[in-house]
Design a protein around this ligand. Structure first.
Ligand code: FMN
Length: 172
């Protein structure tokens, strides 16, 4: 059996759900990361910024736009020293303005991803994988991207089986 690492960023609070703003106490991507872990095992690592994003949806969108434009690498509470123990790395995050939150790149910039199988996972409200795969390939030359999964954040409850099957088919 392979060793799986499930990296994820996820933000509770106000978010956009199929046309309306709703408050949630657990982020969508965190739910997906936990479903994957329950299905196939592995370690979870939550990417958390030193400075928390606001609860307010629109304020967070403004910050995220600026961070993307400036290609920022926000400081993280914890980093990983290495990923030597793992074969498979799931990189899970919400789509923020067309790609992963910049915090995911802060973490990945400091890791040696060569010889790892990388599985991009996103939650979104219509953009699918957006430019996550392109950005991974651009930022990390030679990265070995395997199967991908994009799930509607507002539809996780109905997607549990799909997520489980994806994990079982790809990460065992
Ligand atoms: C700052 C911000 C930017 C977003 N940008 C997009 C986007 O460009 N495309 C999209 O489909 N959804 C976008 N969304 C919706 C999120 O991707 C979606 O709600 C996701 O499931 C949130 O995951 P989380 O709860 O794990 O943080 C955005 C949400 C936020 C908060």
């Amino acid at each position: 059996m392979s060793n799986n690492l499930i990296l994820y960023f996820s933000r509770p609070g106000e978010n956009y759900f199929g046309g309306q703003i709703k408050e949630i106490d657990k982020g969508n991507t965190e739910k997906v990361a936990e479903i994957i872990q329950n299905a196939v095992g592995g370690d979870l690592f939550k990417v958390e910024t030193e400075e928390e994003y606001p609860n307010d949806y629109y304020q967070t969108v403004d910050i995220s736009r600026r961070e993307l434009k400036e290609n920022t690498r926000p400081k993280l509470k914890d980093m990983l020293d290495n990923v030597d123990d793992y074969d498979n790395i799931v990189v899970a995050g919400p789509i923020w303005c067309g790609t992963y939150p910049m915090a995911i790149f802060t973490l990945l910039d400091n890791l040696d991803l060569s010889d790892k199988n990388i599985f991009p996972v996103t939650t979104h409200e219509g953009s699918g994988l957006a430019s996550t795969v392109r950005d991974l390939e651009k930022n990390y030359q030679g990265i070995n991207i395997k199967n991908k999964l994009a799930v509607y954040g507002s539809n996780i409850n109905d997607s549990k089986e799909q997520i489980r099957n994806w994990a079982i088919n790809n990460l065992q």
